[in-house]
Design a protein around this ligand. Structure first.
Ligand code: SAH
Length: 282
């Protein structure tokens, strides 16, 4: 944790920082925060295409054995992902690393993207949205200092992946998605991967989820132009919220919001790029 803050805030804000850690992807897609010297993405790609060892598998044989081989391979890819993309960049929170090792990320992407699931980048999930880069998911998870028993709200279910990572740590995960179809798909992904307790709501997350408040932590995975007051309201005293704040389609700031009574403290942590936080018409 300390190392991470040193790395991220120890560099002067400006071109150098942005250049060193941000590689923006297409406009509208979440940029990925990455160290240019890292070759993890490329290696992961090479590793992924060796699934099934390149052998043709007969249709009904594609069953148990092949699936098991794939599962083992995916597990190895996850291990590489955690070591090269996440620990190497300073994330050291144990529950977070455990969760990143466990959640089958390949079950939270579309089949066309499955083989890229463990690469060092965000991936498209349809409707102009993306599943976040693994490092970003881990970094945001670590920031809320997750523990078993915590009640956590996520805004922006998308694929369901971030919710699954949280659900590996605590049984009380609530997530809200504004695009109905994505809410359905994200919930389906969560159920298919065995995360039965996560509660998914299709709504504008700006208003939070009052009936389950207060939350120990809130994770917002879309970039808002301001911190939604209802979310601050629904944060428990002593709670933490992590949220990208800034203009859509530009670099935003990942902010940590801490609530101490009436005192709301905010800290800018690093430049990021997320898909926009959209609003339902009132
Ligand atoms: N956490 C997701 C990331 C998805 S991208 C994952 O792990 O895959 C961000 C998501 O936020 C998109 O699915 C987008 O539709 C959703 N979103 C944007 N504005 C929202 C809002 N006001 N309320 C709820 N969800 C919103």
């Amino acid at each position: 944790m300390i190392l991470l803050f040193f790395m991220m805030s120890g560099v002067p804000v400006g071109l150098k920082t942005a250049d060193a850690i941000i590689q923006s992807s297409n406009v509208g897609e979440e940029a990925h925060v990455a160290d240019k010297s890292s070759d993890a993405g490329e290696e992961a790609h090479v590793a992924v295409i060796s699934l099934h060892d390149g052998k043709e598998v007969a249709a009904d044989d594609a069953s148990d054995e092949a699936l098991k081989a794939d599962e083992d391979r995916y597990r190895q890819l996850r291990e590489q992902m955690v070591n090269r993309q996440i620990i190497a960049r300073g994330v050291e929170n144990r529950p977070t690393l455990g969760a990143m090792r466990s959640v089958p990320r390949h079950k939270f992407v579309r089949s066309a993207e499955q083989r890229q699931a463990y690469m060092d980048s965000p991936l498209p999930i349809g409707y102009g949205q993306t599943i976040s880069q693994p490092f970003i998911v881990a970094y945001m998870t670590q920031l809320i200092d997750p523990e078993p028993g915590m009640k956590v709200l996520e805004i922006g279910t998308g694929s369901g992946y971030q919710a699954a990572v949280l659900a590996e740590i605590t049984d009380q995960v609530f997530t809200i998605e504004i695009v109905e179809e994505l809410g359905d798909w994200g919930e389906q992904n969560l159920r298919n991967a065995g995360y039965d307790k996560v509660q998914v709501k299709r709504a504008d997350g700006y208003h939070g989820w009052a009936e389950h408040a207060p939350f120990d932590a809130i994770v917002v995975t879309a970039a808002a132009d301001h911190i939604p007051p209802p979310l601050v309201e629904q944060l428990r005293d002593g709670g933490r919220m992590v949220i990208p704040v800034g203009s859509p389609f530009r670099t935003q700031n990942l902010m940590l919001v801490e609530k101490r009574g009436e005192d709301i403290r905010t800290r800018n942590l690093m430049p990021v790029r997320f898909v926009p936080f959209t609003r339902e018409e009132e």
